[in-house]
Design a protein around this ligand. Sequence first.
Ligand code: NAD
Length: 439
Amino acid sequence: MKITIIGTGYVGLVSGTCFAETGNDVLCIDVDRAKIDLLQHGGIPIYEPGLEELVHRNVGEGRLRFSTNIKDGILHADMIFAAVPTPPDEDSRADLRFVKAVAKDFGEYVLKYTVFVMKSTVPVGTGEICEEIIGNELKKRGIQVPFDVASNPEFLREGSAIKDTMEPDRVIVGTESEKVKDLMTRLYAPYVSPDRPILFTNRRSSEIIKYASNAFLATKISFINEMATFCEKVGADITDIARGMGFDHRIGATFLNAGIGYGGSCFPKDIQAIIETGKEHGYSFQILDAVEAVNKSQKKKLYKKLTSIIPNVEDKVIAVLGLSFKPKTDDMRDAPSLKVIKKLQADGAIIRAFDPVAAANAKKSLSKVNITYCQNPYEAAENADALLIITEWDEFRNMDLHRIKSIMKTPLIIDGRNMFHPKDMKALGFKYYSVGRPS
Ligand code: NAD
């Protein structure tokens, strides 16, 4: 099939590459010329395990191309996938500027029956908005071209995006058009199976499935974080509690890791967006308000722990391990590290930060004040008064803790991700504080 992806970011580049891998002819479009130049010259603009090899193979075999020419993109394909950003606007609603721009382009250039597929995460009713924009553009041109607008939300996770795309838990398609159902069934045939089905719903339900899924996962995180706070008060261990709960099949073990709170490019904005969509429709999401409130307070706790031990961090050397919002990605959007580092900077601490891949992106979001980006955890820990663990990269699990202890000024670790066992850390001579566990 001929596929165009508009928006060649974390979602668009992975989706386009995986569609090419199963034999489709894919054209990836972006407005960012530097990004497209880089891709055209064999570079990969994001860190995603396994992506580089897959892009190179599909480009080499002629199934994957990159361009900034939107008109070519729209004329190329049977199906156009919009994978553009939907960041929060000033009122925390999903900003549909980019989505609307793509719909307008589609209406401006389309010449034959084409399906407009929404992969971006968009509030319920956005399908109708796009339909109207496309219809208006066609009217302006004085022509009639048949088209369909379908919803196909994306569920990939950065860090395991290729596996998630090649073997999705499910594929959701919101459409009532039999033609679209047929096209999407053929497109997704290599990826789905009876255990990992393609599910057709109406467009509005499909749009909501994405938000409901993220809202539920965020709820699990805030739930376990709230339990962790309670554990700290009563001397219990949240990791045992999560294990004890997780074996119950009705609950499941995933997303029950207490920590620093959720961040990243999706959960915070999507939870806020569905709360705001609810308000627009006269509904107030009581559970989601609480999920957000717990998450906000959770993010402050690590810093509070630090200042309960070092009340004045001015001129203290603080090592920060992990900058990206989660391991195996360089994505810094809404990363918890940003808040912690900004607070440390405001309070005059000397920060020595290390992340295996995200430092370059972190530099774009942080001021240069009092921060050194280090090459490894040992360089960061050198002479530190405290070490904060913000992201649970495997590299940190395998650190030489004896060495870390010997080079720190004070062997104090505050672990926002429960990476180590408190007893082991005590035996090694660290003062070790984690989340929801006796220290
Ligand atoms: P991204 O910022 O990485 O990529 C979006 C790309 O779209 C950028 O390269 C940008 O230059 C380009 N773009 C913007 N306007 C454009 C236009 N008019 N024409 C062509 N290109 C344009 O964003 P992302 O993380 O890939 O997210 C895209 C959507 O997918 C969002 O709605 C997001 O919520 C959703 N989503 C993201 C993830 C994730 O893990 N990143 C997972 C599931 C869903």
